[in-house]
Design a binder for this molecule. Structure first.
Ligand code: COA
Length: 200
């Protein structure tokens, strides 16, 4: 049995949504170009929740064992998500443009090993880095806001309601409702959690 290609009627790119990506029927994917580097072979490589949106410039660079989940009403406005293990993004989270979330560096830290890896690239098809570097899952909680040009490094967990200031580099876990900024990101103040949702 052949399964129909899941193309997007409004898409400018001639790609399709990969079969192992579960997209809620109320979610919005601006372009299938976001999956140009997606190659997860997991049964479900990615989930995009209810009312979630991914816009132009978002790139899901997901390796064969990678799994990504975007929570309900989460909005990704042009981020690069590099995942070889697991990246979870909670409900109502806002990720601004040029943010990089990564659970792996994909290159060895040791200069000789890195040089050896770069020597292999020309002989691979497709031409890409494929070093065996361990990945450490990343978890972004609910209702988090990550400002533009920020970077979240492997193994980091960001708590519910936290805010990451523009151009920050998040190197360690961030507590819930903290506002952090800078490189490395440090807490600049704390927010009061307020209950109750306002409808739209
Ligand atoms: C994080 C942010 C929300 C904080 O706003 P705020 O609470 O009003 O913070 P303030 O402007 O009062 O700054 C508090 C301190 O943090 C510093 N700071 C604030 N944002 C910073 C940032 N992005 N990087 C480094 N330092 C920052 C300020 O210089 C100030 O330092 P000081 O106390 O030494 O003077 C805001 O600065 C920010 O970065 N917003 C992201 C905007 C964005 O990405 N928009 C994209 C649209 S989705």
């Amino acid at each position: 049995m052949t399964v129909a290609r899941r193309t997007l009627p409004w898409d400018w790119y001639s790609g399709a949504i990969p079969d192992n990506v579960v997209v809620d029927e109320t979610a919005y994917v601006e372009t299938s170009y976001s999956f140009r580097l997606y190659r997860s072979e997991e049964p479900v490589g990615m989930r995009i929740g209810r009312g979630a949106s991914t816009y132009l410039g978002t790139m899901f660079d997901v390796g064969p064992r990678g799994r990504v989940s975007l929570g309900d009403y989460t909005l990704v406005h042009g981020a690069r998500i590099i995942c070889d293990a697991k990246i979870e993004i909670g409900d109502y989270t806002l990720i601004s443009w040029n943010v990089v979330l990564l659970d792996t560096y994909r290159v060895p830290l040791d200069p000789a090993a890195r040089r050896a890896e770069l020597r292999c690239v020309p002989f691979r098809f497709p031409r890409r880095l494929a070093a065996d570097v361990p990945a450490r899952p990343v978890r972004i909680g609910r209702n988090v806001w990550i400002g533009f040009d920020s970077c979240v490094l492997p193994g980091v967990c960001i708590g519910e309601g936290a805010v990451v200031g523009a151009r920050s580099v998040v190197v360690e876990d961030i507590p819930a409702y903290a506002v952090v900024a800078g490189n490395p990101a440090r807490v600049i103040r704390r927010l009061e959690p307020k209950g109750g949702d306002r409808g739209c």
